[in-house]
Design a binder for this molecule. Structure first.
Ligand code: HEM
Length: 370
């Protein structure tokens, strides 16, 4: 994995990524040429840095959405968190992209229809599956006057790239930011809700209740371990991230491979194949991330966000969303499978990503103090 993604050995993404171009335009994700990719990334990479996410007003909007999520759905006897977590992640990512024109889909109305459309199309491609999201992105970009921390405000500082390229960049971040974070959170909340995880949920709640909502959630060790274990098991990692062997060929694991041969790694496999590093690899064991033994090897094999120059730009946004949501729910409530929950939560491979097979996850919230 290090040889392909982080050695600086000249491996490039394959033409498969061109399938994800939107409206014929290349964006950060689909840029194959290194120079083109660097130029795009330089324009806005600082907006997505950890310090910027934790220090900018984006975090206020994330906390606000997390609170809204919990107050709206904890009242429902059986809440389909699969759908509602997609609303949550849409609202968070659109705050980072377009505020003051962020969506408020948790509250319902036409913003929620965007998610319902997306969800009913069973699609991962916003340009084909989500004309409502597409129209929203165009309208929001054209309005101007976005807050200074947004991607839209930053892209508008480069008028030469043209409005279509700006919209296509934003559409990609919406597409990349909804299911990835939403589905991982959904699997995680389902797992925590199982009777055999009562103790883990209790440990998490206890830790969360040691600080206030505006405290430094990123410093909470058990919360971080729970999230990392969820990303290990359920981050949408079934897409191998294919790259070409560079000119001159390369030796990988003792095998010589000619230029243009396609090589790849995927997190699903890296997170499971070595049971000396990940003992009982298919079992949810957040405590493994707190152990000293094999900690370097575990971090080395962790590939949920990819690695190297093409690593996920939205990683710190996704982590902040996950922490805020878990804080808001588990510092106040415990969750359990609702009586009418019959959908399958099996991990279903969708070629690019993976998701809960039944696309539905009914949970009941119970107040901790009750
Ligand atoms: C749990 C949540 C997430 C996971 C597991 C995840 C995973 C990944 C992975 C594995 C890649 C590398 C793809 C490759 O090399 O082909 C990637 C790239 C990317 N992700 Fe994420 N992602 C998540 C959340 C987000 C969010 C919230 C955004 C929104 C900004 C985002 C935007 C992107 C973009 C723009 C790229 C392309 C980066 C580049 O090529 O330079 N992701 N993501």
């Amino acid at each position: 994995m290090a040889e392909i993604y982080t050695s600086g050995g000249g491996y490039t993404k394959t033409d498969l990524y061109s399938l994800f171009k939107q409206e014929g335009h290349t964006n950060l994700f689909t840029a194959l040429d290194k120079k083109d990719h660097n130029e795009k990334k330089r324009r806005f990479t600082d907006l997505y840095s950890n310090s910027n996410i934790l220090g900018s007003r984006v975090l206020d909007f994330i906390r606000d959405r997390a609170e809204t999520f919990t107050s709206a759905y904890s009242e429902i006897a059986s809440a389909d968190i699969y759908l509602y977590l997609h609303c949550y992640t849409l609202d968070c990512v659109t705050a980072a992209l377009f505020h003051p024109y962020r969506t408020q889909s948790i509250k319902g109305g036409s913003d929620k229809e965007m998610i319902e459309y997306f969800y009913n199309m069973f699609s991962r491609d916003v340009s084909n599956g989500g004309p409502l999201i597409h129209d929203y992105a165009w309208t929001s970009m054209r309005k101007g006057n976005h807050l200074d921390f947004t991607l839209a405000a930053r892209l508008l500082e480069y008028p030469k790239i043209g409005l279509s390229n700006m919209v296509v960049e934003c559409l990609d971040h919406i597409g990349a930011g909804i299911d990835t974070t939403g589905d991982t959170l959904c699997f995680l909340m389902w797992e925590l809700s199982q009777p055999y995880n009562m103790k883990r949920m209790g440990r998490l709640s206890k830790e969360l209740r040691t600080i206030k909502a505006d405290g430094r959630l990123e410093n909470l060790l058990y919360l971080s371990a729970v999230i990392q274990e969820a990303l290990r098991l359920w981050a949408p990692g079934t897409l191998p991230l294919p790259c070409y062997i560079p000119n001159g060929g390369r030796v990988i694991d003792g095998y010589f491979l000619e230029a243009k041969v396609i090589v790849s790694c995927q997190s699903y496999t890296l997170h499971r194949f070595d049971s000396t590093v990940f003992e009982n690899p298919d079992i949810f064991l957040p405590e493994r991330w707190l152990e000293e033994e094999c900690s370097t090897e575990r971090q080395r094999l962790f590939f949920a966000f990819g690695s190297g120059a093409r690593t996920c730009i939205g990683k710190y946004l996704a982590l902040a969303e996950m922490r805020a949501l878990l804080y808001s729910v588990y510092s106040q409530f415990r969750t359990r499978p609702a009586d009418d929950m019959h959908a399958s939560m099996k991990l279903s491979d969708q070629f690019i990503t993976s998701r809960p097979e039944g696309m539905c996850c009914q949970l009941t919230f119970e107040r901790l103090d009750s």
